[in-house]
Write a protein that binds this ligand. Sequence first.
Ligand code: RIB
Length: 304
Amino acid sequence: MQAKILVIGSSNTDMVIQVPRIPAPGETILGSHFFIVAGGKGANQAVAAARTGANVTFVTCVADDAFGRQAIENYRKDGIHTEYIKVQAGTHTGVALINVSDEGENSISVASGANNHLLAVDMEGVADAFDGAKIALAQLETPMETIEMLARMAESRGIPFILNPAPAANLSDGLLRKISILTPNETEAALLTGRKEVNEAEIAAIGGELLAKGIQTVIITLGSKGVYLCDKEHREMIPGYPVKAIDTTAAGDVFNGALAAALAAGQTMREAIDFAQRAAAISVTRRGAQPSAPFFHEVINFLL
Ligand code: RIB
């Protein structure tokens, strides 16, 4: 039987332009291709978890518009439970404008729209969705009060709470204490420990500082270099899988979704990280956010 996980977060429609390089402020650049794909950190993580084997319930908010209806249809096609999705009138479904460079790097701006209407008070209505969940997974593209409420709900039910603190934001000490697994990238880890940037020689110290805030496990993602795992039993760099990246959009989301699916299925932390790294490596070889998320059999068969 598939393990149940609850993913709470954003749902966006991504408008992507392929550009030779990321434009500087004030600069206009002519791109080569344009495409519209399903995105949003929450949705990407929900889709990645579902494709890699979890029974996913996704809690998000979309508008009553064509993008919102399309998003819900897409989630259903991926077998995701959509009964707790809020539909908000008077706004638009979240939209992200994304430049992807020929080197595979990206810059993203988001108009949150309906995502800002996923409120803490709405979480009372999703309490039943926690029943039987092995893990709850969230990010930071929805209001902070909602994330704090979720952390309390997960804690009171004894359900591990994974927070991917993206995009970067300060987090209260009370919230940090409720997090079972925190998965910042370098920028987010720097902000959370009061630094302007991360010097790699400091990674172990940064992991230790975050653990000292009461988090059980910290996984700092370092792109193609791998991840730094830090908990009671581990303090180690785990290298990633070298691949030729064409689009890194949503690589972190695929990592988080696959990690949650693997942990919920009973894998150890080391096994789950390896599984998630394989999934993320596959995703960067494909274009787009949700279209890049691999299925379980692809992750298992991933060989260099
Ligand atoms: O992490 C990638 C995602 O960030 C994109 O899909 C975009 O929608 C933004 O939320």
